[in-house]
Design a protein around this ligand. Structure first.
Ligand SMILES: NC(=O)c1ccc[n+]([C@@H]2O[C@H](COP(=O)([O-])OP(=O)(O)OC[C@H]3O[C@@H](n4cnc5c(N)ncnc54)[C@H](O)[C@@H]3O)[C@@H](O)[C@H]2O)c1
Length: 101
């Protein structure tokens, strides 16, 4: 499958993406890279520094599945800007194509 992973450079994504690749999947990783990018290069991995809220910059051609991990993932970070906090967590619904899981 061709899988889009948002927040792919975060704690969870850095563990998940290599597992998806080793299972034979193609992965498109998108992330603002607030904490850097520690994903190792792989022939089936594309990494893009994109904000999930910029839906027009997200290429969805031939994407079979989306794993949505991008978020402001803990309370102290969320408290820094309560208005910003829900945005990356909710925005995905606006641009997810039908048929993607
Ligand atoms: N870490 C855990 O133990 C745990 C447990 C249960 C659930 N979760 C959930 O899993 C998800 C990921 O958690 P995590 O621990 O990997 O968090 P994390 O903070 O390590 O990673 C989140 C990533 O999202 C990116 N990001 C934030 N806003 C973005 C945006 N607008 N556009 C693109 N990228 C953006 C950040 O740069 C970061 O790399 C969260 O929803 C979290 O609530 C995590």
């Amino acid at each position: 499958m061709r899988i889009l992973v948002t927040g792919a450079c975060g704690y969870k994504g850095t563990v998940l993406v290599p597992k998806l690749l080793s299972s034979g999947h193609e992965v498109i990783a998108i992330d603002t890279m607030w904490f850097g990018n520690y994903l190792k290069p792989h022939k089936n991995l594309t990494v893009e520094q994109v904000d999930v809220r910029d839906s027009d910059k997200i290429r969805l051609d031939r994407v079979d599945a989306i794993i949505h991990l991008s978020s402001i993932a803990n309370d102290p970070c969320g408290d820094l800007d309560p208005k910003l906090n829900p945005s990356p967590n909710i925005t995905r619904r606006r641009w997810w194509p039908s048929g993607c899981y």
